[in-house]
Ligand binder design. Structure first.
Ligand SMILES: C[S@@+](CC[C@H](N)C(=O)[O-])C[C@H]1O[C@@H](n2cnc3c(N)ncnc32)[C@H](O)[C@@H]1O
Length: 204
């Protein structure tokens, strides 16, 4: 991970090394792919560290992510969940990608903190109880998010947070979700200039 002088990663050393190796493998893999959907498109390190910090700040024990891919974001979230005594439910429609993520998560010593499930994110969110999620991370096909409504909001507990990646790299695709979030009086919504842009909503 590229760091400014003086920055030390707060993440567990074994997890940090696993994330670094995955990021390097992802850069090599993605550079060789023509089709966007064939790329791993892993979470940027600064956005990962933000997620890690946020999850612990809200004491997130029930963490859900949509879009496992090879599990870079999963590692950040699972390391935070280990600190809070929580767990991560990681959803993806791509079984092979998730199998890779499962192996990597085990190598990092985090297997017991993650449940991997091959499932469509919208369908899985629809099946979760009201207010049962402390942190929801959306990193899948952005244009699908509005069709999942109201579940991304409904499943959030009071004090819980939703984070969606690519808010600045793909603002037009994220705008419909942002508008739905902004229309909810119980949510505080902002966009942070981290990684590819993180849309963040806090349920008060
Ligand atoms: C940008 S990648 C996720 C990167 C991952 N969060 C990371 O940091 O390594 C997007 C992933 O979303 C998955 N995906 C796309 N549509 C989905 C859906 N409807 N439900 C669940 N996963 C989906 C894709 O298979 C792909 O693996």
């Amino acid at each position: 991970m590229e760091r400014r002088p003086g920055h030390t990663s707060p993440v567990d050393e074994r997890v940090r090394k696993t994330i670094e190796a995955l990021n390097e493998a992802a850069a090599r893999h993605d550079a060789a792919q023509q089709d966007r959907l064939d790329r791993w498109r892993v979470l940027e390190p600064d956005a990962g560290e933000f997620l890690w910090f946020l999850a612990q700040s809200v004491g997130a024990r029930a963490v859900v992510e949509v879009g496992t891919s090879r599990g870079v974001s999963t590692l950040w979230l699972a390391d935070a969940a280990r600190a809070t005594g929580g767990h991560v439910l990681s959803l993806d429609t791509d079984a092979a990608a998730q199998e890779h993520a499962r192996r990597t998560t085990a190598e990092a010593g985090l297997a017991e903190h993650v449940e991997f499930r091959v499932a469509d994110g919208g369908a899985a969110l629809a099946g979760l109880p009201d207010g049962s999620v402390d942190l929801l991370f959306l990193d899948a096909e952005r244009t699908e998010y509005p069709s999942w409504w109201p579940h991304p909001y409904r499943v959030l507990r009071e004090g819980g947070v939703l984070v969606a990646d690519n808010a600045l790299s793909h603002p037009d695709e994220i705008a419909p979700l942002r508008d739905l979030l902004l229309a909810e009086p119980a949510l505080t919504v902002t966009t942070l200039n981290l990684g590819k842009g993180e849309l963040v909503a806090l349920r008060r």
